[in-house]
Design a binder for this molecule. Structure first.
Ligand code: HEM
Length: 529
Protein backbone atom coordinates (compact mmCIF):
# COMPACT_ATOMS: atom_id res chain seq x y z
CA UNK A 1 0.00 0.00 0.00
CA UNK A 2 2.81 2.37 0.99
CA UNK A 3 4.63 1.41 -2.20
CA UNK A 4 1.57 2.29 -4.31
CA UNK A 5 1.31 5.66 -2.58
CA UNK A 6 4.98 6.35 -3.27
CA UNK A 7 4.54 5.43 -6.93
CA UNK A 8 1.47 7.68 -7.21
CA UNK A 9 3.33 10.52 -5.49
CA UNK A 10 6.36 9.94 -7.71
CA UNK A 11 4.15 10.06 -10.82
CA UNK A 12 2.54 13.33 -9.70
CA UNK A 13 5.93 14.90 -8.95
CA UNK A 14 7.19 13.74 -12.34
CA UNK A 15 4.18 15.24 -14.11
CA UNK A 16 4.64 18.54 -12.28
CA UNK A 17 8.35 18.53 -13.15
CA UNK A 18 7.57 17.88 -16.84
CA UNK A 19 4.98 20.65 -16.78
CA UNK A 20 7.38 23.16 -15.18
CA UNK A 21 10.10 22.17 -17.62
CA UNK A 22 7.83 22.68 -20.64
CA UNK A 23 6.23 25.86 -19.40
CA UNK A 24 9.24 27.63 -17.90
CA UNK A 25 12.63 26.04 -18.45
CA UNK A 26 12.39 24.89 -22.06
CA UNK A 27 11.13 28.20 -23.53
CA UNK A 28 13.51 30.22 -21.38
CA UNK A 29 16.53 28.13 -22.34
CA UNK A 30 15.64 28.28 -26.05
CA UNK A 31 15.13 32.03 -25.98
CA UNK A 32 18.44 32.55 -24.15
CA UNK A 33 20.27 30.38 -26.66
CA UNK A 34 18.72 32.32 -29.55
CA UNK A 35 19.77 35.60 -27.99
CA UNK A 36 23.33 34.31 -27.48
CA UNK A 37 23.55 33.11 -31.08
CA UNK A 38 21.90 36.02 -32.90
CA UNK A 39 22.70 38.96 -30.61
CA UNK A 40 21.02 42.20 -31.69
CA UNK A 41 19.39 40.52 -34.71
CA UNK A 42 16.75 39.16 -32.39
CA UNK A 43 14.71 40.67 -29.59
CA UNK A 44 13.37 38.16 -27.05
CA UNK A 45 10.47 38.30 -24.56
CA UNK A 46 9.68 35.79 -21.85
CA UNK A 47 6.71 35.80 -19.45
CA UNK A 48 5.60 32.48 -17.96
CA UNK A 49 2.68 31.08 -19.96
CA UNK A 50 1.50 34.43 -21.32
CA UNK A 51 4.57 35.35 -23.39
CA UNK A 52 3.96 38.30 -25.67
CA UNK A 53 0.37 38.73 -24.39
CA UNK A 54 1.78 40.13 -21.17
CA UNK A 55 3.57 42.84 -23.22
CA UNK A 56 0.34 43.67 -25.05
CA UNK A 57 -1.51 43.92 -21.76
CA UNK A 58 1.12 46.06 -20.00
CA UNK A 59 1.39 48.40 -22.98
CA UNK A 60 -2.38 48.74 -23.14
CA UNK A 61 -2.69 49.73 -19.50
CA UNK A 62 0.42 51.94 -19.36
CA UNK A 63 0.63 53.42 -22.86
CA UNK A 64 -2.98 53.03 -24.12
CA UNK A 65 -1.73 51.06 -27.11
CA UNK A 66 -1.23 47.27 -26.96
CA UNK A 67 1.56 47.42 -29.52
CA UNK A 68 3.37 50.59 -28.36
CA UNK A 69 6.47 48.51 -27.60
CA UNK A 70 6.69 47.35 -31.24
CA UNK A 71 6.34 50.93 -32.49
CA UNK A 72 9.33 51.90 -30.31
CA UNK A 73 11.58 48.92 -30.80
CA UNK A 74 13.17 49.61 -34.19
CA UNK A 75 16.88 49.02 -34.55
CA UNK A 76 18.86 48.60 -37.70
CA UNK A 77 19.76 44.96 -37.23
CA UNK A 78 16.58 43.40 -35.86
CA UNK A 79 15.33 40.55 -38.03
CA UNK A 80 12.92 38.78 -35.70
CA UNK A 81 11.17 38.99 -32.35
CA UNK A 82 11.02 35.73 -30.38
CA UNK A 83 8.82 34.86 -27.40
CA UNK A 84 7.06 32.06 -25.59
CA UNK A 85 3.35 31.26 -25.96
CA UNK A 86 2.27 28.64 -23.43
CA UNK A 87 4.86 25.92 -23.83
CA UNK A 88 5.81 26.95 -27.37
CA UNK A 89 8.38 29.27 -28.93
CA UNK A 90 7.23 31.77 -31.54
CA UNK A 91 9.52 33.51 -34.02
CA UNK A 92 7.91 36.58 -35.50
CA UNK A 93 9.94 37.82 -38.47
CA UNK A 94 10.28 41.49 -39.41
CA UNK A 95 13.16 41.49 -41.89
CA UNK A 96 11.48 41.91 -45.31
CA UNK A 97 13.57 39.16 -46.94
CA UNK A 98 12.68 36.67 -44.20
CA UNK A 99 9.03 37.77 -44.22
CA UNK A 100 9.03 36.93 -47.93
CA UNK A 101 10.57 33.49 -47.26
CA UNK A 102 7.87 32.61 -44.73
CA UNK A 103 5.01 33.61 -47.03
CA UNK A 104 6.36 32.05 -50.17
CA UNK A 105 6.48 28.67 -48.51
CA UNK A 106 2.96 28.10 -47.10
CA UNK A 107 3.23 24.32 -47.37
CA UNK A 108 5.87 24.27 -44.62
CA UNK A 109 3.29 25.37 -42.04
CA UNK A 110 -0.24 24.83 -40.84
CA UNK A 111 -2.24 27.59 -39.18
CA UNK A 112 -2.32 27.32 -35.40
CA UNK A 113 -5.69 26.46 -33.84
CA UNK A 114 -7.35 29.65 -32.69
CA UNK A 115 -10.09 29.92 -30.04
CA UNK A 116 -13.01 27.50 -29.67
CA UNK A 117 -15.38 29.67 -31.69
CA UNK A 118 -13.01 30.21 -34.59
CA UNK A 119 -12.12 26.54 -34.88
CA UNK A 120 -15.71 25.37 -34.52
CA UNK A 121 -17.26 27.94 -36.81
CA UNK A 122 -14.81 27.98 -39.68
CA UNK A 123 -12.09 25.44 -38.99
CA UNK A 124 -12.93 23.86 -42.38
CA UNK A 125 -13.04 27.11 -44.35
CA UNK A 126 -10.41 28.45 -46.73
CA UNK A 127 -8.94 30.39 -43.79
CA UNK A 128 -7.71 27.22 -42.06
CA UNK A 129 -7.65 24.67 -44.90
CA UNK A 130 -4.28 23.38 -46.00
CA UNK A 131 -2.66 21.51 -48.88
CA UNK A 132 -4.94 20.30 -51.69
CA UNK A 133 -8.13 21.29 -49.88
CA UNK A 134 -6.91 24.89 -49.59
CA UNK A 135 -5.82 24.96 -53.26
CA UNK A 136 -9.24 23.75 -54.40
CA UNK A 137 -11.09 26.23 -52.18
CA UNK A 138 -8.86 29.13 -53.19
CA UNK A 139 -9.42 28.33 -56.86
CA UNK A 140 -13.18 28.08 -56.36
CA UNK A 141 -13.56 31.27 -54.33
CA UNK A 142 -10.86 33.01 -56.35
CA UNK A 143 -13.21 33.15 -59.36
CA UNK A 144 -15.76 35.18 -57.39
CA UNK A 145 -13.11 37.44 -55.83
CA UNK A 146 -11.45 38.22 -59.14
CA UNK A 147 -11.05 41.95 -59.70
CA UNK A 148 -13.42 41.87 -62.68
CA UNK A 149 -16.12 40.04 -60.68
CA UNK A 150 -15.76 42.27 -57.66
CA UNK A 151 -16.71 45.30 -59.80
CA UNK A 152 -20.20 43.82 -60.06
CA UNK A 153 -20.75 44.28 -56.34
CA UNK A 154 -20.56 48.07 -56.63
CA UNK A 155 -24.34 48.64 -57.03
CA UNK A 156 -24.99 46.46 -53.97
CA UNK A 157 -22.37 48.32 -51.91
CA UNK A 158 -23.82 51.69 -52.96
CA UNK A 159 -27.34 50.59 -52.08
CA UNK A 160 -26.22 49.45 -48.61
CA UNK A 161 -24.18 52.65 -48.03
CA UNK A 162 -27.23 54.73 -48.94
CA UNK A 163 -29.45 52.80 -46.56
CA UNK A 164 -27.05 52.82 -43.59
CA UNK A 165 -26.02 56.48 -43.86
CA UNK A 166 -29.59 57.62 -44.50
CA UNK A 167 -30.47 56.07 -41.15
CA UNK A 168 -27.66 58.13 -39.59
CA UNK A 169 -29.08 61.30 -41.22
CA UNK A 170 -32.49 60.53 -39.73
CA UNK A 171 -30.99 60.08 -36.28
CA UNK A 172 -29.13 63.38 -36.67
CA UNK A 173 -32.36 65.24 -37.28
CA UNK A 174 -33.44 64.11 -33.79
CA UNK A 175 -30.08 64.67 -32.08
CA UNK A 176 -27.35 66.66 -33.83
CA UNK A 177 -24.89 65.95 -30.98
CA UNK A 178 -25.01 62.23 -31.67
CA UNK A 179 -21.67 60.53 -30.99
CA UNK A 180 -20.80 58.31 -33.94
CA UNK A 181 -19.19 54.93 -33.44
CA UNK A 182 -17.01 55.18 -36.53
CA UNK A 183 -16.10 51.50 -36.80
CA UNK A 184 -19.51 50.12 -35.83
CA UNK A 185 -21.31 52.28 -38.37
CA UNK A 186 -18.99 51.04 -41.11
CA UNK A 187 -19.46 47.46 -39.95
CA UNK A 188 -23.18 47.80 -40.61
CA UNK A 189 -22.21 48.23 -44.25
CA UNK A 190 -19.44 45.61 -44.39
CA UNK A 191 -21.45 42.89 -42.63
CA UNK A 192 -24.41 43.35 -44.96
CA UNK A 193 -22.14 43.33 -48.02
CA UNK A 194 -20.63 39.94 -47.11
CA UNK A 195 -24.04 38.60 -46.12
CA UNK A 196 -25.71 39.62 -49.36
CA UNK A 197 -22.73 38.66 -51.54
CA UNK A 198 -22.94 35.20 -50.02
CA UNK A 199 -26.66 34.60 -49.76
CA UNK A 200 -27.97 36.99 -52.41
CA UNK A 201 -31.64 37.55 -51.71
CA UNK A 202 -32.08 33.94 -50.47
CA UNK A 203 -32.48 35.12 -46.93
CA UNK A 204 -32.95 38.61 -45.53
CA UNK A 205 -32.91 38.29 -41.76
CA UNK A 206 -31.13 35.25 -40.48
CA UNK A 207 -31.80 35.35 -36.73
CA UNK A 208 -30.84 33.10 -33.84
CA UNK A 209 -33.22 32.35 -30.98
CA UNK A 210 -31.26 32.35 -27.73
CA UNK A 211 -31.98 30.10 -24.75
CA UNK A 212 -33.87 32.92 -22.99
CA UNK A 213 -36.15 33.21 -26.04
CA UNK A 214 -34.72 36.51 -27.31
CA UNK A 215 -33.78 36.82 -30.96
CA UNK A 216 -30.53 38.22 -32.32
CA UNK A 217 -29.33 38.67 -35.93
CA UNK A 218 -26.81 36.00 -36.82
CA UNK A 219 -24.23 38.66 -37.69
CA UNK A 220 -24.29 40.08 -34.15
CA UNK A 221 -24.34 36.68 -32.50
CA UNK A 222 -21.40 35.52 -34.57
CA UNK A 223 -19.21 38.46 -33.56
CA UNK A 224 -20.27 38.24 -29.91
CA UNK A 225 -19.66 34.49 -29.71
CA UNK A 226 -16.17 34.87 -31.16
CA UNK A 227 -15.35 37.68 -28.69
CA UNK A 228 -16.79 35.65 -25.79
CA UNK A 229 -14.74 32.62 -26.73
CA UNK A 230 -11.54 34.69 -26.56
CA UNK A 231 -12.68 36.18 -23.24
CA UNK A 232 -13.31 32.66 -21.96
CA UNK A 233 -9.62 31.87 -22.34
CA UNK A 234 -8.83 34.86 -20.14
CA UNK A 235 -11.41 34.03 -17.44
CA UNK A 236 -11.56 30.23 -17.39
CA UNK A 237 -8.12 28.93 -16.41
CA UNK A 238 -9.09 25.28 -16.96
CA UNK A 239 -10.26 26.08 -20.49
CA UNK A 240 -7.02 28.00 -21.10
CA UNK A 241 -4.86 25.19 -19.75
CA UNK A 242 -6.62 22.58 -21.91
CA UNK A 243 -6.40 24.87 -24.96
CA UNK A 244 -2.66 25.46 -24.52
CA UNK A 245 -2.02 21.72 -24.43
CA UNK A 246 -4.67 20.20 -26.70
CA UNK A 247 -5.53 23.01 -29.14
CA UNK A 248 -8.69 22.37 -31.18
CA UNK A 249 -9.34 19.05 -29.38
CA UNK A 250 -9.43 20.71 -25.96
CA UNK A 251 -13.22 21.04 -25.81
CA UNK A 252 -13.83 17.40 -26.62
CA UNK A 253 -13.37 16.31 -22.97
CA UNK A 254 -13.82 17.67 -19.42
CA UNK A 255 -15.89 20.51 -20.90
CA UNK A 256 -16.25 23.47 -18.51
CA UNK A 257 -19.56 25.27 -18.08
CA UNK A 258 -18.22 28.27 -20.01
CA UNK A 259 -17.08 26.08 -22.91
CA UNK A 260 -20.44 24.26 -23.01
CA UNK A 261 -22.41 27.51 -23.04
CA UNK A 262 -20.39 28.92 -25.96
CA UNK A 263 -20.56 25.61 -27.78
CA UNK A 264 -24.39 25.63 -27.54
CA UNK A 265 -24.44 29.09 -29.14
CA UNK A 266 -22.07 28.01 -31.91
CA UNK A 267 -24.19 24.96 -32.68
CA UNK A 268 -27.26 27.22 -32.96
CA UNK A 269 -25.42 29.50 -35.43
CA UNK A 270 -24.45 26.58 -37.65
CA UNK A 271 -27.92 25.04 -37.52
CA UNK A 272 -29.52 28.28 -38.71
CA UNK A 273 -27.11 28.44 -41.63
CA UNK A 274 -27.75 24.80 -42.47
CA UNK A 275 -31.49 25.39 -42.76
CA UNK A 276 -30.94 28.15 -45.33
CA UNK A 277 -28.48 26.04 -47.30
CA UNK A 278 -30.84 23.04 -47.33
CA UNK A 279 -33.84 25.08 -48.42
CA UNK A 280 -31.96 26.66 -51.29
CA UNK A 281 -30.46 23.31 -52.29
CA UNK A 282 -33.95 21.82 -52.55
CA UNK A 283 -35.02 24.71 -54.80
CA UNK A 284 -31.98 24.46 -57.08
CA UNK A 285 -32.11 20.69 -57.31
CA UNK A 286 -35.28 21.05 -59.36
CA UNK A 287 -33.71 23.59 -61.70
CA UNK A 288 -29.96 24.35 -61.30
CA UNK A 289 -30.12 26.92 -64.10
CA UNK A 290 -31.87 29.20 -61.62
CA UNK A 291 -28.53 29.58 -59.77
CA UNK A 292 -27.54 33.22 -59.32
CA UNK A 293 -24.11 34.84 -59.03
CA UNK A 294 -23.99 34.76 -55.23
CA UNK A 295 -21.59 32.44 -53.39
CA UNK A 296 -24.28 30.10 -52.01
CA UNK A 297 -25.77 29.43 -55.42
CA UNK A 298 -22.33 28.96 -56.98
CA UNK A 299 -21.41 26.37 -54.35
CA UNK A 300 -24.75 24.57 -54.70
CA UNK A 301 -24.59 24.64 -58.48
CA UNK A 302 -21.21 22.93 -58.34
CA UNK A 303 -22.50 20.40 -55.80
CA UNK A 304 -25.58 19.54 -57.90
CA UNK A 305 -24.14 19.57 -61.42
CA UNK A 306 -20.53 18.44 -60.97
CA UNK A 307 -20.23 14.73 -60.20
CA UNK A 308 -16.64 15.20 -58.99
CA UNK A 309 -17.56 18.10 -56.73
CA UNK A 310 -15.93 17.95 -53.30
CA UNK A 311 -18.12 20.74 -51.92
CA UNK A 312 -20.36 19.75 -49.00
CA UNK A 313 -22.76 21.58 -46.68
CA UNK A 314 -20.13 21.97 -43.99
CA UNK A 315 -17.67 23.62 -46.36
CA UNK A 316 -20.35 26.06 -47.55
CA UNK A 317 -21.33 27.07 -44.01
CA UNK A 318 -17.75 27.31 -42.77
CA UNK A 319 -16.87 29.54 -45.71
CA UNK A 320 -19.83 31.83 -45.15
CA UNK A 321 -18.83 32.21 -41.48
CA UNK A 322 -15.14 32.50 -42.40
CA UNK A 323 -15.69 35.22 -45.00
CA UNK A 324 -17.99 37.02 -42.63
CA UNK A 325 -15.33 36.96 -39.91
CA UNK A 326 -12.49 37.90 -42.29
CA UNK A 327 -14.36 40.63 -44.14
CA UNK A 328 -16.58 42.46 -41.66
CA UNK A 329 -14.53 43.74 -38.72
CA UNK A 330 -11.38 44.25 -40.77
CA UNK A 331 -12.93 46.45 -43.46
CA UNK A 332 -15.07 48.25 -40.87
CA UNK A 333 -11.96 49.06 -38.84
CA UNK A 334 -9.96 50.28 -41.83
CA UNK A 335 -12.71 52.73 -42.76
CA UNK A 336 -13.51 53.72 -39.16
CA UNK A 337 -9.84 54.53 -38.58
CA UNK A 338 -9.82 56.66 -41.74
CA UNK A 339 -12.87 58.59 -40.44
CA UNK A 340 -11.12 59.18 -37.12
CA UNK A 341 -8.06 60.65 -38.87
CA UNK A 342 -10.20 62.76 -41.20
CA UNK A 343 -11.90 64.24 -38.13
CA UNK A 344 -8.50 65.18 -36.71
CA UNK A 345 -7.10 66.56 -39.99
CA UNK A 346 -9.80 68.92 -41.38
CA UNK A 347 -7.58 70.13 -44.23
CA UNK A 348 -7.14 66.60 -45.53
CA UNK A 349 -10.87 66.04 -45.08
CA UNK A 350 -11.59 69.11 -47.19
CA UNK A 351 -9.23 67.97 -49.97
CA UNK A 352 -10.75 64.47 -49.89
CA UNK A 353 -14.28 65.88 -50.26
CA UNK A 354 -13.14 68.10 -53.11
CA UNK A 355 -11.62 65.09 -54.85
CA UNK A 356 -14.88 63.13 -54.57
CA UNK A 357 -17.04 66.02 -55.77
CA UNK A 358 -14.67 66.89 -58.61
CA UNK A 359 -14.54 63.31 -59.91
CA UNK A 360 -18.27 62.66 -59.57
CA UNK A 361 -19.18 65.99 -61.14
CA UNK A 362 -17.59 64.76 -64.37
CA UNK A 363 -20.41 62.21 -64.67
CA UNK A 364 -23.12 64.88 -65.00
CA UNK A 365 -23.86 68.48 -64.16
CA UNK A 366 -25.95 67.44 -61.14
CA UNK A 367 -24.84 69.15 -57.92
CA UNK A 368 -27.12 67.31 -55.54
CA UNK A 369 -24.95 64.99 -53.44
CA UNK A 370 -27.23 61.99 -53.39
CA UNK A 371 -27.55 62.20 -57.18
CA UNK A 372 -23.78 62.50 -57.49
CA UNK A 373 -23.33 59.39 -55.34
CA UNK A 374 -25.94 57.44 -57.28
CA UNK A 375 -23.85 57.94 -60.43
CA UNK A 376 -20.57 56.78 -58.89
CA UNK A 377 -18.84 54.24 -61.14
CA UNK A 378 -16.02 51.79 -60.64
CA UNK A 379 -13.74 53.98 -62.80
CA UNK A 380 -14.54 56.94 -60.52
CA UNK A 381 -13.33 54.92 -57.53
CA UNK A 382 -10.12 54.05 -59.33
CA UNK A 383 -9.43 57.73 -59.94
CA UNK A 384 -9.82 58.67 -56.27
CA UNK A 385 -6.11 58.83 -55.55
CA UNK A 386 -6.36 60.77 -52.27
CA UNK A 387 -9.16 58.58 -50.91
CA UNK A 388 -7.08 55.51 -51.79
CA UNK A 389 -4.06 57.06 -50.04
CA UNK A 390 -6.13 57.90 -46.94
CA UNK A 391 -7.18 54.25 -46.63
CA UNK A 392 -3.62 53.04 -47.14
CA UNK A 393 -2.26 55.44 -44.54
CA UNK A 394 -4.97 54.26 -42.10
CA UNK A 395 -3.98 50.64 -42.77
CA UNK A 396 -0.32 51.54 -42.23
CA UNK A 397 -0.91 53.26 -38.89
CA UNK A 398 -3.59 51.00 -37.39
CA UNK A 399 -3.65 47.78 -39.42
CA UNK A 400 -6.61 45.55 -38.43
CA UNK A 401 -4.22 42.58 -38.65
CA UNK A 402 -0.84 43.38 -37.06
CA UNK A 403 0.41 39.95 -38.12
CA UNK A 404 -0.86 36.77 -39.76
CA UNK A 405 -2.42 33.93 -37.79
CA UNK A 406 0.60 32.20 -36.25
CA UNK A 407 1.68 29.13 -38.20
CA UNK A 408 3.00 25.85 -36.78
CA UNK A 409 6.16 24.56 -38.48
CA UNK A 410 5.47 21.05 -39.73
CA UNK A 411 9.15 20.12 -39.91
CA UNK A 412 12.53 21.49 -38.85
CA UNK A 413 13.70 24.24 -41.19
CA UNK A 414 15.81 27.36 -41.51
CA UNK A 415 14.44 30.82 -42.24
CA UNK A 416 17.55 32.84 -43.11
CA UNK A 417 20.02 32.06 -40.35
CA UNK A 418 17.27 31.19 -37.83
CA UNK A 419 16.70 27.55 -36.96
CA UNK A 420 13.02 26.62 -36.58
CA UNK A 421 12.03 23.35 -34.88
CA UNK A 422 9.01 21.27 -35.84
CA UNK A 423 6.11 22.53 -33.68
CA UNK A 424 7.52 26.07 -33.27
CA UNK A 425 5.18 28.93 -34.09
CA UNK A 426 6.13 31.30 -36.90
CA UNK A 427 4.54 34.64 -37.80
CA UNK A 428 5.38 37.98 -39.41
CA UNK A 429 4.72 41.35 -37.75
CA UNK A 430 3.37 43.84 -40.32
CA UNK A 431 3.18 46.57 -37.70
CA UNK A 432 6.97 46.60 -37.23
CA UNK A 433 7.88 47.70 -40.75
CA UNK A 434 4.80 49.88 -41.10
CA UNK A 435 5.96 51.97 -38.11
CA UNK A 436 9.68 51.90 -38.90
CA UNK A 437 11.17 55.45 -39.08
CA UNK A 438 13.80 54.21 -41.53
CA UNK A 439 11.07 53.32 -44.00
CA UNK A 440 8.46 55.98 -43.22
CA UNK A 441 9.52 59.47 -42.21
CA UNK A 442 7.67 60.57 -39.03
CA UNK A 443 5.88 57.21 -38.91
CA UNK A 444 3.37 58.27 -36.23
CA UNK A 445 2.05 61.15 -38.36
CA UNK A 446 -1.02 60.59 -40.54
CA UNK A 447 0.24 61.70 -43.92
CA UNK A 448 -1.67 60.26 -46.92
CA UNK A 449 0.53 62.32 -49.24
CA UNK A 450 3.30 59.76 -48.80
CA UNK A 451 1.23 57.35 -50.93
CA UNK A 452 0.11 59.77 -53.66
CA UNK A 453 2.87 58.89 -56.11
CA UNK A 454 3.28 55.26 -55.15
CA UNK A 455 1.52 52.74 -57.41
CA UNK A 456 -0.40 50.01 -55.54
CA UNK A 457 1.72 47.42 -57.34
CA UNK A 458 4.88 49.01 -55.94
CA UNK A 459 3.97 48.04 -52.36
CA UNK A 460 6.73 45.74 -51.26
CA UNK A 461 7.33 43.72 -48.15
CA UNK A 462 7.26 46.82 -45.94
CA UNK A 463 3.53 47.49 -46.38
CA UNK A 464 1.59 44.26 -46.06
CA UNK A 465 -1.77 44.89 -44.32
CA UNK A 466 -3.34 42.20 -46.52
CA UNK A 467 -0.42 39.81 -46.03
CA UNK A 468 1.50 38.50 -49.03
CA UNK A 469 2.33 35.39 -51.05
CA UNK A 470 -0.16 32.72 -52.18
CA UNK A 471 -2.19 33.00 -48.95
CA UNK A 472 -2.63 36.73 -49.06
CA UNK A 473 -6.07 38.27 -48.48
CA UNK A 474 -8.52 37.07 -51.11
CA UNK A 475 -10.91 39.92 -50.26
CA UNK A 476 -8.54 42.90 -50.50
CA UNK A 477 -10.07 44.40 -53.66
CA UNK A 478 -13.55 44.08 -52.21
CA UNK A 479 -12.34 45.73 -48.99
CA UNK A 480 -10.85 48.70 -50.84
CA UNK A 481 -13.97 49.20 -52.97
CA UNK A 482 -16.15 49.12 -49.86
CA UNK A 483 -13.83 51.52 -48.01
CA UNK A 484 -13.72 54.04 -50.89
CA UNK A 485 -17.46 53.84 -51.41
CA UNK A 486 -18.20 54.46 -47.73
CA UNK A 487 -15.79 57.40 -47.56
CA UNK A 488 -17.26 58.95 -50.72
CA UNK A 489 -20.80 58.61 -49.39
CA UNK A 490 -19.90 60.01 -45.95
CA UNK A 491 -17.83 62.93 -47.29
CA UNK A 492 -20.72 63.95 -49.55
CA UNK A 493 -23.27 63.84 -46.76
CA UNK A 494 -21.49 64.82 -43.56
CA UNK A 495 -18.76 66.95 -42.06
CA UNK A 496 -16.67 64.70 -39.84
CA UNK A 497 -15.84 66.31 -36.51
CA UNK A 498 -13.58 65.07 -33.71
CA UNK A 499 -14.89 63.91 -30.34
CA UNK A 500 -12.16 64.92 -27.90
CA UNK A 501 -14.20 63.71 -24.90
CA UNK A 502 -13.38 60.09 -25.63
CA UNK A 503 -9.84 58.93 -24.88
CA UNK A 504 -8.13 57.19 -27.83
CA UNK A 505 -7.04 53.70 -26.76
CA UNK A 506 -5.71 51.22 -29.31
CA UNK A 507 -6.29 47.66 -28.26
CA UNK A 508 -5.38 44.32 -29.77
CA UNK A 509 -8.41 42.04 -29.43
CA UNK A 510 -9.41 39.61 -32.17
CA UNK A 511 -8.14 42.38 -34.40
CA UNK A 512 -6.33 45.65 -33.63
CA UNK A 513 -8.28 48.90 -33.39
CA UNK A 514 -9.94 51.40 -31.08
CA UNK A 515 -11.11 50.17 -27.68
CA UNK A 516 -14.02 52.62 -27.84
CA UNK A 517 -14.83 54.02 -31.23
CA UNK A 518 -17.23 56.86 -30.41
CA UNK A 519 -14.47 59.17 -31.58
CA UNK A 520 -16.29 61.36 -34.09
CA UNK A 521 -19.42 63.41 -34.74
CA UNK A 522 -21.21 63.82 -38.06
CA UNK A 523 -22.76 67.12 -39.07
CA UNK A 524 -25.25 66.93 -41.93
CA UNK A 525 -24.02 68.88 -44.97
CA UNK A 526 -26.30 70.92 -47.18
CA UNK A 527 -27.03 69.05 -50.40
CA UNK A 528 -25.33 71.46 -52.82
CA UNK A 529 -21.94 72.38 -51.38
C1 HEM B 1 -9.22 45.93 -44.59
C2 HEM B 1 -9.76 44.73 -44.70
C3 HEM B 1 -8.99 43.44 -44.63
C4 HEM B 1 -7.76 43.18 -44.08
C5 HEM B 1 -6.81 44.15 -43.40
C6 HEM B 1 -7.50 41.77 -44.29
C7 HEM B 1 -6.33 41.13 -43.91
C8 HEM B 1 -6.06 39.80 -44.17
C9 HEM B 1 -4.83 39.14 -43.81
C10 HEM B 1 -3.66 39.79 -43.08
C11 HEM B 1 -4.92 37.86 -44.23
C12 HEM B 1 -3.89 36.75 -44.06
C13 HEM B 1 -4.24 35.90 -42.85
C14 HEM B 1 -3.28 34.76 -42.61
O1 HEM B 1 -2.69 34.27 -43.57
O2 HEM B 1 -3.15 34.32 -41.47
C15 HEM B 1 -6.21 37.69 -44.85
C16 HEM B 1 -6.67 36.52 -45.41
C17 HEM B 1 -7.95 36.34 -45.88
N1 HEM B 1 -8.92 37.32 -46.04
FE1 HEM B 1 -8.72 39.28 -45.59
N2 HEM B 1 -8.57 41.22 -44.93
C18 HEM B 1 -9.50 42.20 -45.17
C19 HEM B 1 -10.72 42.06 -45.83
C20 HEM B 1 -11.23 40.87 -46.31
C21 HEM B 1 -12.51 40.72 -46.97
C22 HEM B 1 -13.47 41.86 -47.31
C23 HEM B 1 -12.68 39.38 -47.20
C24 HEM B 1 -13.83 38.67 -47.86
C25 HEM B 1 -15.07 39.01 -47.75
C26 HEM B 1 -11.48 38.71 -46.73
C27 HEM B 1 -11.25 37.34 -46.82
C28 HEM B 1 -10.06 36.73 -46.52
C29 HEM B 1 -9.82 35.30 -46.70
C30 HEM B 1 -10.83 34.27 -47.19
C31 HEM B 1 -8.50 35.05 -46.31
C32 HEM B 1 -7.77 33.71 -46.30
C33 HEM B 1 -7.09 33.51 -47.65
C34 HEM B 1 -6.33 32.19 -47.73
O3 HEM B 1 -5.91 31.65 -46.69
O4 HEM B 1 -6.13 31.73 -48.86
N3 HEM B 1 -10.63 39.64 -46.19
N4 HEM B 1 -6.88 38.89 -44.81
Amino acid sequence: MILVSYIALGAIVLLIAIFIYNLILYPQIRLNLMKQKHGDKIKTFFHIGEGIFKEYYTNLTQKKDSVAFIRGIHQKNIKALAYNLGTRICLNFVDPELVKQVHQNPEAFRKNDASLAITFLFGNSILFAKGKSWQRQRQFLGKSFHFEEIKNYLPLIKEICDKVFERVSEKLTQNDQLEINAVKICEQVTSEVVFRAFFGSTTQNLVITRQDGSQIPIADELIQAIMNSFQLLKKDKIALFKYLIFGRNSTKFLRTQGEQSILNRLIAIKESCLQVVQQRKNQLQNDPTQAKKNFLDQYLYDMITNKQSEVNNEEIIDNFLGLFFAGTDTTGNMTGVALYYLSRYPDIQKQAREEVIQILSQNSNKRNHSELFSQLTFENLQNMNLINSILKESLRLIPPAIEVFPRVAIHNMKIGEFQIKKGDLVSTYFIYNQSNPELYQDPEIFNPQRWMNVKDSQNNFNFTPFSLGPRNCIGQHLAMIEGKCMLACILLNFDILPNYQQEVVKELRVIYGFQKDNLIYFKQRKQNN
